[in-house]
Design a protein around this ligand. Sequence first.
Ligand code: SF4
Length: 100
Amino acid sequence: MSDAAHCARCDAVCCRLTVVLQPEDAIPEHLTTHLDSGLHVMARDDEGWCVALDGARMNCGIYESRPLICRRFVMNGPYCRQVRDDYAAGEDRSIPLRTL
Ligand code: SF4
């Protein structure tokens, strides 16, 4: 079995997933967008990373106020490990978004 996944040894691959915002989230509007379906989500850049990601440090630039769904993402949980495996295999589980 491989080593346990840890944020300190990860390229923040979970920050390429679609982050659907909840009414309780207070995210600056310029960091968000709406899908054609109407869902309010975190915006992503041309390479698929959440625009709130600090690319130099590969960590969340709005950590203290990050969305609920990001707070609930369990490090080394089944979904975390699946996303990392997909990323390593070159697969993309994210929902295509229109870019800013
Ligand atoms: S808000 Fe922060 S934790 Fe959530 S996907 Fe964006 S960079 Fe990652």
